[in-house]
Design a protein around this ligand. Structure first.
Ligand SMILES: [Zn+2]
Length: 155
């Protein structure tokens, strides 16, 4: 299931990526270019814009909640999907591409010394070359998920 989120849902799009969803972010352009992009990639449009024209072959999810937790819950409920723990932390938060494993010895000069000392597993974004490791970039995610509630999460 792939998504495209309109510009007012930037935070939600980052969170969907953290949670492992393919979530494109439509920053600028008009409704027809949004629809073309959604059709081209087979994406569901996620928006708060109630005036978006309906278009054949396109699924639109209208988000009404104001806060992130509510928005995420609303999306999961509307599409009847739940979170898959093994999919989480598999995508670059910035680029929305899948991360690749990288050898620890290759990141030595590219991460802070204490991180290199204390972490064993690193992954890299093939597009922006950002390096991720558990506990730092994603440190508060687990906590936030606890707040969202474990009901929707399959471990
Ligand atoms: Zn990236």
């Amino acid at each position: 299931m792939k998504f495209i989120l309109t510009k007012e849902l930037g935070r939600l799009s980052k969170w969907l990526r953290i949670l492992g969803f393919d979530a494109a972010y439509f920053k600028q352009g008009n409704a027809s270019s949004l629809i073309i992009e959604a059709l081209r990639d087979g994406r569901i449009i996620i928006t708060r814009n109630q005036r978006l024209p309906k278009s054949g072959g396109i699924q639109i999810v209208l988000i009404r909640q104001e806060n992130l937790k509510g928005q995420l819950q609303e999306l999961l409920n509307t599409l009847k999907i739940s979170l898959e723990r093994q999919a989480m932390f598999s995508r670059c938060i910035i680029c929305n591409v899948e991360l690749k494993d990288i050898d620890k010895k290759e990141v030595k000069l590219r991460v802070p010394a204490y991180v290199f000392e204390t972490q064993e597993h690193f992954v890299i974004c093939p597009k922006c070359n950002r390096i991720y490791w558990p506990g730092t970039h994603w440190g508060n995610v687990e906590k936030a998920l606890e707040r969202i509630g474990k009901n929707g999460i399959h471990s």
